[in-house]
Design a protein around this ligand. Structure first.
Ligand SMILES: *Cc1c(COP(=O)(O)O)cnc(C)c1O
Length: 482
């Protein structure tokens, strides 16, 4: 079967025609004479124009994205990115400015960044946000640097322990290590929330703070947040809110009012900017008033109606990105906020939470739901029982979902759930897409019992099926030729 473009290659076929123009000949001979051509011709496929076009068109359809279907990837908020965001980001005043232009020439983008910060403060209750971090993980890193600077200023440089619940996202412990601190793990209760008694037993004078995801990675709201805040503040520690998944709470929960001192957001998740495949992103770091002086610099300030990029903050943790951060992403997030308005942001939260609970209740008769009670924007299923009974793992269900035309959910996370499937329902999904996904999941349960091979060999519709993912990462083969 012909699968790659080289299979269509035949000597003499060509997808281009050079003009029979003497100038072209002169140019080519000039290049040859100057010794600019390599001695050996590169091995390129020789195909006709239509073969070339079909090749690339076919390749483009192998991509799966939020524009092609429902993307249930838990903890990632793969919501639809409205095209107006793209249009606005492409406006010349944003896309064509040079970062070294005079401030008076770039008042527009500076005003946008200033207002974006104000909006984020309004939604989450913090005194200020630094917009520089380019990802959630970098926001965490920035937040911990701020925490470190604060403790040092308080004469508490010995504080070097961060409490992290065992359900946390992997970037949390990684960020702690990156700033040279240590991790103390807090256990979860049977229902998947922070075990307050265990947390209290882990407190000591050297605790610098706690990093908390709320709602946590089971999609559950930490309802003892006031007690947690009191306990951690009691030993002089600070509360860090991992707000990567703010889709579940924006407009309803202001972390700063609940006792959190520092937070990061993932604009590329909650605020509908394209992500996946490693970026670009934006992970603004928010702080309460006593920590504003430590924010990364430069920051945008307004003086007598003129926006300025200020760098004069002696206590700042410094620069974390060139110029303003990932400005294009910030423009998209700003557009999303402006086009929805405050009521729209609340509605987005309501719909994502509603869809998650809708799907959860529809699947409850067929699968073991770990996230008990009302969940937020996502929930977790365990296939522990299915593994024992039918030899089917979370991986097999994820792969089989591709045959039904869906992107697989997050699997094997959070780590505290065995055979976990973590499903998120962004508010931009039509209920029909959610229903179709539920139907596929129910059919998969049926297949699992009656025809398990269908799952074990899935996916059947993709060019490659199961492969050794570890080997693919360690020994990538990046060209067609061996
Ligand atoms: C996505 C995510 C992060 C990390 O964000 P990146 O932009 O990928 O670095 C951190 N915490 C949680 C809970 C997340 O879901």
């Amino acid at each position: 079967m012909k699968t790659v473009i080289f299979d269509y290659s035949e000597q003499g076929k060509s997808a281009y025609r050079l003009p029979a123009d003497p100038h072209t000949d002169i140019l080519i001979s000039d290049i040859e004479e100057a010794g600019l051509l390599r001695a050996e011709k590169p091995r390129l496929a020789e195909v006709s124009e239509v073969e070339l076009i079909r090749h690339y068109t076919k390749l483009s359809t192998l991509n799966y994205g939020v524009d092609s279907g429902y993307y249930p990837l838990g903890s990632c908020t793969m919501k639809y990115n409205p095209k107006i965001n793209q249009d606005v980001a492409a406006l010349e005043g944003f896309s064509a400015v040079h970062p070294l232009q005079d401030e008076e020439d770039i008042q527009g983008i500076l005003q946008l960044l200033y207002e974006l910060e104000q909006y984020l403060c309004g939604v989450f209750g913090f005194a200020a946000f630094g917009l520089q971090p380019a990802a959630g993980a970098q926001g965490e890193y920035a937040g911990l640097l701020i925490m470190k600077a604060y403790h040092a200023d308080q004469g508490n440089a010995h504080k070097n322990i961060i409490l992290i619940p065992d359900s946390a996202h992997g970037t949390n412990p990684a960020s702690v290590i990156a700033v040279g601190w240590k991790i103390r793990t807090v256990a979860s209760t049977a229902d998947g929330r922070v075990d307050l008694a265990d947390l209290k037993s882990k407190l000591s004078d050297d605790v610098a703070g706690i990093m908390l995801t709320n709602p946590n990675t089971l999609g559950l709201f930490e309802n003892e947040i006031a007690q947690i805040a009191e306990a951690v503040h009691g030993v002089g520690g600070l509360l860090y809110w991992d707000g990567a998944n703010a889709n579940a709470v924006m407009g309803y929960f202001k972390p700063a009012e609940a006792g959190f001192d520092i937070a990061h957001l993932n604009l590329h998740k909650t605020f509908s900017t394209p992500h996946g495949g490693g970026g670009p992103g934006a992970g603004p770091v928010g702080v309460v008033s006593k920590l504003v002086q430590y924010l990364p610099a430069p920051r945008v300030e307004v003086q007598e109606g003129v926006y300025k990029l200020m760098t004069n903050y002696p206590k700042s943790v410094g620069r974390l990105h060139s110029f303003y951060g990932n400005a294009g992403i910030l423009v998209r997030a700003y557009t999303y906020i402006r086009s929805l308005g405050a009521p729209g942001l609340k509605e987005a939260t309501e719909n994502s939470v509603l869809l998650a609970n809708y799907m959860k209740s529809k699947l409850a008769d067929h699968y073991q739901i770990v996230s008990q009670g009302v969940c937020k924007h996502e929930f977790v299923i365990s296939l522990k029982q299915e593994k024992k009974q039918y030899g089917i793992r979370a991986l097999d269900v994820a792969k089989r979902l591709m045959d039904y035309g869906f992107y697989p959910p997050t699997i094997y996370f959070p780590l505290i759930v065995s055979e976990a499937l973590m499903i998120e329902t962004p508010e931009t999904e039509p209920v029909e897409a959610i229903d179709a996904f539920v139907e596929a999941m129910i059919q998969i349960k049926h297949d699992m019992i009656h025809e398990p091979q269908l799952l074990l060999n899935a996916p059947h519709v993709t060019p490659v099926s199961r492969f050794d993912e570890v080997k693919a990462v360690r020994e990538p083969r990046l060209s067609y030729f061996r």
